[in-house]
Design a protein around this ligand. Structure first.
Ligand code: TRP
Length: 388
């Protein structure tokens, strides 16, 4: 069997339930359990379907961040995207979830766009391509509707001065052997990979650094990004900052089977944000890996295997109505819904969300400047907020 390998630059091996629990153990994180869900709920009143469904399934220090919040300690959110290609529906997961958190807690959010990372890591990608993809990806992300006055998109090349300044603090405390061990970097890799992690760690303390005040930081991300933040937890206390808290998601399975994840670089692995209605339907009907049984009779008898079912998982990723998700899950796993019907349901939900994104993209297109990180502006804003 292919060995399980999950780093920011490579994900391979079979990603099933067993693999996900192995990763949490290997990475030394905690599972999201009922206790932490109750705690979250005491602030948010309801629970996002991603939490109920354990799509976000692991965390670090989320309990102490929430306890701090209760004692009036400030926190902010940080997430990001590496612009390597078009976005597919799986890429929306951390952003949809982060938007929910921002709405519930009304906090600042940093969104890092690692154009430099993708340029250095993807052999074939040119700078021109990366910059084009970056713009497209930022528009898609912002089409989800973050709070303009509290959302700061920090694109690495564009904000290099600020990032580099603080990245040297990080770099000074991290050894080559740490990066080799944590990221699986070896001697034939380019040296960009050794330094780049310092850049992705900066936003985990940037608000504290800019304001001179103490902020906690909560980072939602897909589990492959964990190496960055394990190093961050090690380094930040050495620089006088708090360890960041994390909340980590699984991937949703790829279109044609669960053993891999969807990938920006392969059109046929997923459903992309610019797929039109017909394409979405066709991909689902023709290619979607199904957890349904071979015959209608068996389907009625045994029900579907939801874990591996593309249609169910993509529906669950984009549906906001938690009760509807529960109902469909029950019925599908009991065999009351056929695999064809599940695909219809998924197509409806996906197309509804994609249509909304297409509309919103047109609106945010000319508004990007409002969201882009500006060091002086943010310093002033934080100063004002902390006085009041
Ligand atoms: N490296 C991430 C990617 O390739 C992008 C990223 C930067 C990120 N900062 C982050 C993702 C913080 C999650 C959280 O997609």
């Amino acid at each position: 069997m292919e060995e399980l390998n999950v780093t920011p630059w490579e994900v391979s091996g079979r990603l099933d339930e067993a693999a996900y629990s192995k990763l949490v153990q290997r990475f030394g994180a905690s599972l999201i359990d009922d206790k932490i869900l109750e705690k979250i709920k005491s602030y948010t009143k309801d629970l996002h379907p991603y939490l109920k469904n354990r799509l976000f399934y692991a965390h670090r220090n989320l309990d102490s961040l929430l306890d701090g919040y209760k004692k009036n300690e400030k926190f902010y959110l940080y997430t990001g995207r590496g612009p390597s290609g078009k976005m597919h529906i799986g890429h929306l997961i951390p952003f949809r979830f982060t938007k929910w958190l921002q709405d519930k807690f009304d906090v600042h959010l940093l969104i890092q766009i690692t154009d430099d990372e993708k340029f250095m890591v993807k052999e074939k990608l040119t700078k021109e391509e990366v910059e084009r993809i970056k713009e497209d990806n930022i528009i898609s992300i912002l089409s989800l509707g973050f709070k303009p006055e509290k959302t700061h998109v920090i694109a690495d090349y564009q904000s290099a001065k600020t990032l580099y300044y603080y990245a040297t603090d990080v770099a000074k405390k991290v050894t080559v052997s740490t990066i080799k061990a944590v990221f699986g970097v070896n001697d034939s890799d380019n040296i960009g990979k050794l330094f780049f992690p310092s850049i992705q760690i900066v936003p985990a303390f940037l608000l504290s650094a800019l304001s001179g005040e103490r902020y906690n930081c909560l980072i939602p991300y897909a589990i492959d990004q964990d190496p960055y933040f394990r190093v961050a937890r090690d380094v930040l206390p050495k620089l006088g900052f708090e360890k960041p808290a994390s909340i980590m998601s699984k991937f949703i399975p790829a279109l044609r089977g669960q053993t891999t994840k969807m990938s920006s670089s392969d059109e046929m692995t997923g459903i992309f944000l610019d797929d039109d209605e017909k394409t979405v339907k066709r991909k689902l009907m023709k290619y979607a890996f199904s957890g349904g049984r071979d015959t209608l009779e068996e389907q009625k008898k045994y029900g579907a295997n939801i874990e591996v079912d593309f249609a169910f998982n993509s529906f669950m990723t984009l549906e906001d109505d938690a009760d509807k998700i529960d109902k469909i899950r029950e019925e599908y796993s009991r065999g009351e819904i056929t695999s064809g019907e599940m695909k219809e349901i998924a197509a409806d939900t996906i197309n509804r969300v994609l249509e909304q994104i297409r509309k919103n993209r047109e609106k945010v297109k000319d508004d990007l400047d409002k969201f882009m990180f500006d060091e002086e502006k943010l310093r002033d804003q934080l100063k004002r907020e902390n006085k009041g």
